[in-house]
Design a protein around this ligand. Structure first.
Ligand SMILES: C[S@@+](CC[C@H](N)C(=O)[O-])C[C@H]1O[C@@H](n2cnc3c(N)ncnc32)[C@H](O)[C@@H]1O
Length: 219
């Protein structure tokens, strides 16, 4: 899908006039890497999309249990999925809510994507039992790495805001008990598995992360 049109490509580095928080540029669906990816078209062949259950004609409903910067959810909504985003940090939730509002005001194409995204504030471990979807995605804060890439720097800033996620295993257990057909854990390619978690049904390799897919048989 291409989103922007000529007026967007003419100003690829335009910044939001309302950006104030140090992380505001990270919460941005109009400019930067996310905006570029949107304008150049998301693909169902993307590792995340395949892990989430996009197939020939299949568009899953999705719960993103760890919304964060909202990038994974935005990509999946760009591909047509209805996505419920859960974020427990009130500050991250508010930054994301404002970024989505800015994106929706930017163009009808972005507004259509944002309309498929429902953001809720709260701990996914408590919210998941009251929700249902085809797929639940879990992307906790990953173990720290020393990498100077901009996207990693944004994740470092996010980590300063929300800390580590030492309860990732409990979140995965809540996801595996949720009313869904599959759970996807996004995890660094080389990191040790979460201690105590059962083996995935299969894994899909991304560039630096892998997507461990847990199929819920009989649901
Ligand atoms: C690594 S970031 C997710 C990045 C996201 N996938 C993206 O594309 O931008 C992890 C986020 O999940 C949130 N989080 C961690 N555990 C959570 C839980 N139990 N419930 C809700 N949010 C949680 C953290 O506050 C943090 O904002």
């Amino acid at each position: 899908m291409t989103g922007g049109g000529p007026q967007d490509t003419a100003h690829p580095k335009r910044r939001s006039p309302k950006a104030k928080h140090p992380l505001d540029s990270a919460f941005d669906f109009v400019n930067g890497a996310v905006g570029y990816r949107f304008r150049s078209g998301a693909s169902r062949r993307d590792a995340l999309a395949r892990a989430a259950g996009f197939g020939k004609g299949a568009v899953p409903t999705i719960i993103d249990a760890t919304a964060g910067l909202g990038r994974d959810a935005f990509l999946l909504a760009t591909l047509g999925a209805q996505v419920t985003l859960l974020e427990r940090s009130p500050e991250v939730h508010d930054l994301l809510r404002d970024a989505l509002a800015r994106a929706a005001a930017e163009s009808p194409e972005l507004a259509a994507v944002v309309a498929r995204m429902t953001l809720k504030q709260g701990d996914a471990r408590e919210l998941l039992p009251g929700l249902r979807a085809d797929t639940v995605i879990v992307d906790p804060m990953h173990p720290p790495r020393t990498n100077s890439a901009v996207v990693k720097q944004e994740m470092r800033l996010l980590r300063e805001l929300v800390g580590a996620d030492p309860d990732a295993l409990q979140l995965m257990q809540a996801a595996l008990a949720a009313d869904c057909r599959r759970v996807v854990l996004k995890w660094p390619q080389r990191a040790a598995p979460l201690q105590g978690l059962r083996k995935p049904s299969h894994s899909i390799a991304g560039k630096t992360v892998r997507y461990d897919v847990f199929m819920m048989t009989g649901r």
